[in-house]
Design a protein. Structure first.
Length: 150
């Protein structure tokens, strides 16, 4: 071995340096590298756990969204049914109101026609009486005028 050391031009300090390196590496590994690797492993575990939790939360959110959309569609359908029912009732009330208004209008028109007919008959009577009176008056005047001319 001394011939090998002499051939490469190495001295004992290399072995000391190598031993010191191994001692320092072992210390550094125990004090720094292993805890740092532990932290990295812990971080990786937490990241995976957080990803799993996020995936679960996304899945729950998706379920809740689909449930919400289902309830919303159901509520809209129910609202449409109620609105159609209310519109039907309103149309029926409108038709009833219009029918009642037509009936009332018909009654008023009939009453007005009867009143106008009775007024016409009354006016015809009055006019007939006046015609007779006027005819008498005209006849009398004509007779007087003829009497005066003679």
């Amino acid at each position: 071995m001394s011939s090998i050391v002499a051939t490469f031009g190495l001295d004992r300090s290399l072995f000391y340096h190598f031993a010191l390196f191994l001692i320092l590496f072992t210390l550094m590994r125990a004090l720094f590298f292993d805890p740092f690797m532990g932290l990295i492993q812990e971080r990786r575990k937490r990241t995976l756990a957080d990803r799993e939790l996020a995936a679960k939360l996304l899945e729950d959110a998706g379920k809740k969204l689909s449930e919400y959309e289902s309830r919303l569609a159901s509520a809209r359908q129910q609202a449409r049914k109620e609105m159609d029912l209310l519109i039907g009732e309103a149309r029926k009330k409108e038709a009833d109101t219009l029918a009642n208004a037509r009936e009332e209008s018909k009654k008023i028109t009939q009453a007005t026609l009867h009143e106008l007919e009775s007024q016409r008959a009354s006016l015809q009577k009055d006019l007939s009486k006046e015609v007779d009176a006027m005819a008498s008056t005209i006849s009398e005047r004509l007779i007087r005028q003829q009497g005066e001319r003679r």
